[in-house]
Design a protein around this ligand. Structure first.
Ligand SMILES: [Zn+2]
Length: 391
């Protein structure tokens, strides 16, 4: 009899403990979030904070499944129930709030995002921030940066480059409420709608892998097509020269549609483009380029009354519409009213050449071979084994 009572008590305790355990498991996003917030817990940087937008008007956030809204600091629950359309505007959000969903992505206006959404009111603007695991973030990045039908090893090289770039910015981030934004200021991130099976596989199969030089994650720049040779980083942007971003010859990207190109640049277009950055640009009277490794590294432009504008090759390229001057790897010929540029490649030319990665993969190289070719002297390591995620 006593034995049966003990059995019943044990069963009851088991059920209660199981329920508590289940409760914690079923609420795991909140628990992880709390761990992330606890800086004394150390290095839990599995989540990153991606700014999706700054909104002056209202934002619609919805879910098809359970949805919970709580205050970030106090944890006070404002809503917990069936998913529905929730509108937020700045005069209603006085404290940062966290929105979670279970079993389906959250909709932010027309886009869908894995992970959680945090909303902060910054001087009357709502900052919509996706708090998300690094791999889930990369699911939404890699297909925006590379063509998902390419060989899996080139996709894996891109996934590791994107993960390394992310870690680099996490470590060097000076911002307080978010780590990266979703634009090409960092890496383009379009959330769940952009995901592709092949790029998700590339992220999963390289999970945790990053490229290291001198014990630190590298600044893993990449570009579409180098056109035959990549470029030293310090000849494209001012700043520290990185040995792993040295120029390498590339015989692998000649299938790229951007391998060769030609464009007409009228003096009028040059004047219009310069006027975006400089005041009082007059009639263009002369242009001189300076080349290094076949790429234009600086330009001196004379306009009315012998006034001179001097700028770097990359700054000049960025003044024009995106595909006008595809790269600074070009030669120029004078015409009656401007220049004809005959060029190679697309992009700044630093680091990984994506079409080259495709070409190498098709010749049998794996993702590590590819990364080590374009980033000289690096090693591939598991970020989880090191404290790279800590600040
Ligand atoms: Zn190349």
């Amino acid at each position: 009899m006593n034995n049966n009572i003990y059995k019943c008590i044990n069963l009851a305790i088991f059920i209660i403990l199981s329920s508590i355990f289940y409760f914690f498991i079923s609420c795991s996003p909140s628990k992880e979030y709390l761990i992330k917030q606890n800086k004394t817990a150390g290095i839990d940087r599995l989540h990153i904070r991606v700014l999706l937008k700054k909104e002056s008007g209202r934002v619609l956030i919805s879910s098809k499944t359970r949805m919970k809204i709580s205050e970030v600091k106090s944890g006070k629950i404002l809503y917990d129930g069936h998913g529905k359309d929730m509108y937020f505007q700045s005069d209603q959000v006085s404290r940062p709030i966290l929105i979670e969903s279970w079993g389906s992505p959250l909709n932010v206006d027309k886009e869908r995002y894995r992970g959680m959404i945090e909303i902060h009111n910054v001087v009357g603007k709502l900052y919509i921030i996706n708090v998300i695991r690094i791999n889930e973030y990369l699911y939404g990045v890699v297909p925006c940066e590379i063509i998902s039908s390419w060989d899996i090893e080139s996709l894996k090289a891109q996934a590791v480059a994107a993960r390394t770039y992310t870690y680099y910015h996490l470590i060097n981030n000076k911002k307080t409420i978010y780590d990266l934004d979703c634009s090409n200021n960092f890496q383009v991130y379009k959330g769940f709608n952009a995901e592709k099976d092949a790029t998700n596989t590339a992220v999963d199969e390289t999970s945790g892998k990053i490229a290291i030089y001198s014990g630190k994650p590298i600044l893993a720049f990449f570009h579409s097509t180098c056109g035959g040779k990549t470029m030293d980083n310090n000849h494209v942007w001012e700043g520290e020269k990185h040995d792993y971003l040295k120029s390498v010859s590339c015989k692998f990207c000649n299938d790229s549609p951007y391998y060769t190109w030609e464009t007409n640049l009228s003096l009028y277009e040059i004047r219009e483009s310069l006027s975006k950055k400089y005041r009082g640009v007059g009639k263009i009277t002369g242009i001189n380029f300076q080349w290094k490794d076949k790429r234009v590294i600086s330009a001196v432009i004379r306009h009315s009354k012998n006034t001179i504008i001097k700028l770097s090759g990359n700054d000049l390229r960025m003044l024009f519409p995106e595909k006008k001057i595809k790269s600074m790897h070009f030669t120029a010929k004078k015409t009656k009213d401007g220049l004809i540029l005959s060029g190679h490649g697309w992009g700044h030319g630093v680091g990984l050449c994506q079409w080259g990665a495709k070409g190498m993969a098709e010749k049998g190289a794996n993702y590590k071979d590819i990364l080590k070719y374009y980033y000289r002297g690096i090693s591939i390591m598991d970020a989880g084994q090191n404290d790279y995620a800590g600040r």
